[in-house]
Ligand binder design. Structure first.
Ligand code: 0TT
Ligand code: SF4
Length: 356
C-alpha cells in the first residue's frame, strides 16, 4: 500500500516514469545488430505494437488527425535504425563534435529547439550500430591529437531518458574510459541514471543536469523529471566519481527571477555531497528563439506563458542562417552577473564554461 501512503502526503509527487513507447518501428537493417535484436526482445516482452519500415522517412499512416496530434504521437513513437552518415556535426560551445546516439525526445519542453530542427514528426530515433559510431569517434580523436576531443551526446536528444532501451551511453562511457584524448559529455533532464553508476568511466565522461528556476521547470518542462529527482540523481552521479556539471538553460527573465535563480543555487548547494564540488562546471544559456520556432511553439503549446516578443529582444545573426532573438544586452548582463555571483557564493571552486 506504498502508493496510498505517498498519495496521502500533501507533498507527494509520483516518480517520473521510464519512457515506454506506444509504437515502435524497426528498419530491417537494425535487426542485423545485437542492439537491434535486444530492443526487439524488449518490445516483444512488453507486448508493445511494432512494425517494420524501410526508412524513417517513409513512415506513413501514423494515427492522429491533426498535425498537433501527430506531433504528440511522434513523441511516443520509437524508431530503431542504423546511423548511416558517420560524419559528425560540430557542437560549439559545449564540445568539438556531436556524438550521434539518438535523435528526438519524449519531453515536452515548450522552448526546445528540436521542434524546429526535427520537423513535424519528431520520432524518438535510436541508432543500433554503436561500434561503427564509436569507430568514427576514434578517427576524430586521432585527427586532433595531441589535443583532447570532446563529444556531446545530447545535441539532438536526451540520451539518459533512452538508456534503458539502448545501453548506448554505457557503451560510449566504456569506450571513452580507454581514450587518453577522448572525452564524452551529455546533459539530461531525466533522473534515470542508475545504469551508469557502476560503469568504469575513468573520469572521461562529464554528466550534466539541466536545471532551472522553479517557475521555469513548472511552466515550461512537462514530461521531464522534476527538479528534486534531477538533483538527487546528480548526487548519485557525484558519488559514483563522475565529473559533474549543471546547465542552467534556458535562463528566462520572469517576475521574481532573482529569487528563482538564487533559490536554485541554494538548493543545489544544500543537496550535493561535498565531493561534487571538485571539478564542478556550469554552462549558462539564455533563452532564445527564431521566428520559425515561435510560430511552431504557438501551434503546439498554444497556452504557453513563454515570452517570445521580438520587440523586447535583441536580434542576432544565428549560424543556422536565421535571425535569433536573445535578451538585450542590459538584461543578458544582469542575468549573467547575478547567476554567476550566486554560483560562486554556493560553490567557490566551480568553473563557468560559458554564457551564451
Ligand atoms: O537553446 C539552444 C541552444 O543551446 C543552441 O544554440 C545550442 C545550445 N546548447 C545546447 C549549448 O550551448 N550547450 C549545450 O550543451 C547544448 C545542450 C547542446 C548543443 C547543441 C551544443 O552544445 N552545440 C550545438 O551545436 N548544439 C546543436 O545546436 C544541436 C542543434 O543542432 C543546434 C540547435 O541550435
Ligand atoms: Fe528538448 Fe531536452 Fe526537453 Fe527533451 S528534455 S524536449 S531534448 S529540452
Amino acid at each position: 500500500m506504498d502508493t496510498d501512503i505517498k498519495a496521502s502526503s500533501p507533498r507527494a509527487v509520483r516518480e517520473t516514469a521510464l519512457f515506454v513507447p506506444e509504437l515502435v518501428y524497426f528498419e530491417p537493417a537494425a535487426l542485423d545488430y545485437p542492439k537491434g535484436q535486444r530492443i526487439l526482445n524488449w518490445v516483444r516482452e512488453r507486448g508493445l505494437p511494432y512494425r517494420m519500415t524501410s526508412s524513417h522517412n517513409r513512415i506513413t499512416g501514423l494515427p492522429g488527425e491533426t498535425e498537433l496530434e501527430q506531433y504528440k504521437i511522434a513523441k511516443r513513437t520509437l524508431v530503431v535504425g542504423v546511423r548511416k552518415t558517420l560524419k559528425f556535426d560540430t557542437s560549439k560551445p559545449s564540445a568539438e563534435y556531436a556524438l550521434p546516439l539518438s535523435t528526438g525526445c519524449m519531453g515536452h519542453c515548450h522552448y526546445c529547439y528540436l521542434q524546429t530542427t526535427l520537423g513535424a514528426k519528431p520520432y524518438v530515433r535510436v541508432y543500433v550500430n554503436i561500434e561503427e559510431i564509436l569507430e568514427a569517434a576514434r578517427r576524430y580523436i586521432e585527427e586532433r591529437k595531441p589535443d583532447i576531443t570532446r563529444f556531446e551526446a545530447a545535441c539532438t536528444s536526451d540520451p539518459v531518458g533512452l538508456e534503458h532501451l539502448t545501453g548506448s551511453l554505457g557503451d560510449a562511457i566504456a569506450f571513452m574510459a580507454d581514450q587518453p584524448l577522448g572525452r564524452l559529455r551529455f546533459v539530461t533532464k531525466y533522473h534515470h541514471v542508475d545504469p551508469l553508476l557502476g560503469l568504469r568511466h575513468n573520469g572521461h565522461t562529464r554528466i550534466r543536469f539541466s536545471v532551472n528556476a522553479e517557475y521555469v521547470i513548472r511552466h515550461f518542462e512537462p514530461a521531464t523529471s522534476r527538479f528534486e529527482e534531477r538533483i538527487k540523481a546528480a548526487g548519485r552521479i557525484a558519488r559514483a566519481g563522475y565529473p559533474l556539471g549543471f546547465i542552467i538553460a534556458p535562463i528566462i527573465w520572469h517576475d521574481g527571477w532573482q529569487q528563482g535563480y538564487a533559490e536554485l543555487l541554494e538548493r543545489l548547494a544544500a543537496e550535493l555531497p561535498p565531493e561534487a564540488e571538485e571539478h564542478l562546471t556550469f554552462e549558462l544559456i539564455q533563452h532564445r528563439f527564431t521566428k520559425t520556432a515561435k510560430a511552431t511553439i504557438e501551434k503546439r503549446y498554444p497556452k504557453t506563458k513563454l515570452e517570445m516578443d521580438e520587440a523586447v529582444r535583441k536580434k542576432k545573426w544565428g549560424r543556422w542562417g536565421q535571425h535569433k532573438y536573445v535578451y538585450p544586452d542590459e538584461k543578458a548582463e544582469a542575468l549573467r552577473k547575478f547567476i554567476t555571483e550566486r554560483i560562486f557564493a554556493a560553490f567557490p571552486s566551480a568553473r563557468i564554461e560559458y554564457f551564451t
